[in-house]
Design a protein around this ligand. Structure first.
Ligand SMILES: *Cc1c(COP(=O)(O)O)cnc(C)c1O
Length: 391
């Protein structure tokens, strides 16, 4: 018999619709592969029409879109930006690389999103922007956050990397704040290997965004016939994605509803099968407030303490199940320390990130595989609990 493979159930497996190669071939043989070509435009128009975004510019990654957003906010030394510490590094890097100061705020216990009640308290005369992150595709309290922003004349940038095709009070995430960023990284709901988009909902940013994206030139105005030659007009970089990646992505967008439906089925099955463990106090399931429509980006459980989480993670690994944790809070990282933070500064973030475990979730995950995952989680936790009760 062949040796048992280590990852019998991987953490992630990108869904392939079958049309990706077809569209890439179409780009190569018929439409051309130059930047901002046919498929790049199709993807951008898709987001604008489906999600009510004023202007979408496709980018090579969400990281690139966040960098552009921070530049559009004209952040610089002395400026403060409010964001959660419980996020991916790219949210903070966009701010720090311009010399601005990240102000980390604690998260809500239920959604693990930026705690909107703490945001107003964190505002100082130096605050310029708020970067809320929609964790797991569940929206932050955008009503409160936008109200604080309006009161203090701040800009808001949604990190909607995980929030593509999720909604809040009927609005698509990415369509709510002044600016927003999407990700199509391999681990997200809709993928093209590496990819992203900048969503612009305030028209005053559009022209400068096009310039930043195209090496600081007014080439997009030239292509639209609005100027008779194009030239260097501002600082910029190369934030136009590959047309081949967008051809891939377009196939995924055409299957938007199918992908959403399949993720929701997988998510619901976890919920159904893990409910009894929650009732027994062995773990806590995700919480989705009534005003939020999730895109089922990820399924996480919260264990009673960090040591249980760590041993469960080891156990699942030993059984070939690809579970992971995240995030190491940014404020407690070496870079966070250099920004002046210390362990203990954000108690809810530190507590929850230590107890969180993500289970495999992807379109092709079968019910049988899910039952194996649930079975391993439940036998481990029941044994673990018995041993602790006896001690
Ligand atoms: C994935 C992710 C990013 C980065 O996305 P890339 O497309 O890989 O650059 C940024 N923020 C959050 C919250 C993410 O989950």
């Amino acid at each position: 018999m062949a040796a048992k493979t280590t990852n019998r159930i991987p953490f992630n497996r990108p869904f392939i619709t079958g049309k990706e190669m077809h569209y890439i071939a179409e780009a190569v043989t018929q439409r051309g592969v130059g930047g901002d070509g046919y498929f790049t435009q199709r993807c951008a128009r898709f987001f604008e029409s489906q999600f009510g975004i004023e202007k979408t510019l496709m980018t090579p990654s969400c990281t690139a879109a966040l960098e552009m957003a921070a530049m559009l906010c004209e952040l610089g030394p002395g400026d403060e930006v409010i964001l959660p510490s419980f996020t991916f590094v790219s949210t903070a890097n966009a701010i720090v690389r311009l010399g601005a100061t990240p102000v980390f705020v604690d998260i809500r216990e239920d959604t693990l999103n930026l705690d909107e009640t703490l945001v107003a308290q964190a505002v100082t005369p130096r605050t310029r922007a708020i970067f809320p992150v929609h964790y797991a595709g569940v929206s932050c309290d955008m009503e409160r956050i936008m109200a604080v922003a309006e009161e203090h004349e701040l800009l808001v940038v949604e990190d909607a990397a995980q929030g593509v095709n999720a909604h809040y009070r009927g609005k698509a995430l990415g369509s709510i704040a002044h600016l927003a960023a999407y990700s199509f990284h391999d681990t997200k709901n809709y993928v093209c290997g590496e990819g992203g988009a900048l969503c612009i909902n305030s028209s005053e940013f559009i022209e400068r965004a096009e310039i930043l994206r195209d090496k600081g030139t007014n080439r997009s105005r030239f292509l639209r016939g609005m100027v008779d030659k194009y030239t260097w007009v501002d600082v910029g970089s190369s934030y136009v994605p590959s047309e081949i990646a967008c051809a891939f992505l377009y196939a995924q967008l055409e299957a938007l509803d199918t992908i959403a439906q399949r993720r929701s089925e997988v998510y619901d099955r976890y919920e159904q099968h893990l409910k009894p463990l929650e009732a027994d106090g062995l773990l806590r399931l995700p919480r989705v407030p009534a005003e939020c429509q999730t895109n089922h980006h990820l399924f996480h459980i919260l264990l009673p303490d960090a040591s249980t989480r760590n041993s469960l993670l080891e156990h699942l690994k030993s059984q070939g199940i690809g579970a992971v944790f995240h995030y190491i809070p940014l404020h407690s990282s070496p870079m966070g320390m250099r920004c002046g933070y210390h362990q203990g500064a954000l108690p809810v973030t530190e507590d929850l990130s230590g107890r969180l475990l993500r289970l495999p979730l992807y379109c092709d995950l079968t019910e049988e595989e899910q039952l194996q995952v649930v079975g391993q989680v439940s036998t481990f936790l029941e044994d673990h609990n018995r041993v602790r009760a006896a001690a």
